[in-house]
Design a protein. Sequence first.
Length: 241
Amino acid sequence: MITTNKENGTTLTQLKNIPMIKPQWATDRYKGIQHGELVEVIQTQLDRHDIKVVSQTWYPNGPDLQRLSGSMELDIPGLDPIEGTRFSLGVQHSNLGDHSLKFAVGAKIFICSNGMVSGDYTLKHKHTKNLDLMESIGIGIDTYVNKVQEIPLMVNQMKESEMRAEDVDRNLMQAGREGLLSWSRIGQADKEYRKPTFADHDEQTAWGLYNAFTYTIQKMPPHYHIKGMNRFREILLEEVA
């Protein structure tokens, strides 16, 4: 049985009722993916690893709702996440041709519902006729199970890296230059870092800055989240390396 978080986002039943519409530009090589079918195949492959889906949230968007962004919070047998977090799988795809089917390794932070991305895509496949959905997702989940084990080490690395004022300014400036957030939202992230909404994130470290950034990017449309969180994590880890 699939457990769906109904407080935000779209239920599985609703996803199954969104038709896959082939774009006018599509050639014979194109193969779309129906949102509900995608979610069910992911669940099937997670079941193969005895991975429990605790909750999931899906956001269809774009013309005719042909884009899909979402995340699944997971309990993975034999793997313990950092205290206060839960492993998550980030999913993104679009039948509009603007991005491929992607899986991203991540974690969900309980206190503020922030997400984090480890920087690894365990699946990245274009919408072409040679796409075997069950096989491709199976490989993606296999890779995810291996990569997700790196998250605790990554979080601890950021927690142990103190940030000076000039470090914070430099990293946020880089995020603004790369367009990860608008300049007005860069200011919001800076304010969140210096006066955090959640006391659990008041540490003056790379982890504290990362949480300020992810808290701010949640205000943007969901399809920006994976790319933005992924890249800002890279910026911070380049800083502390």
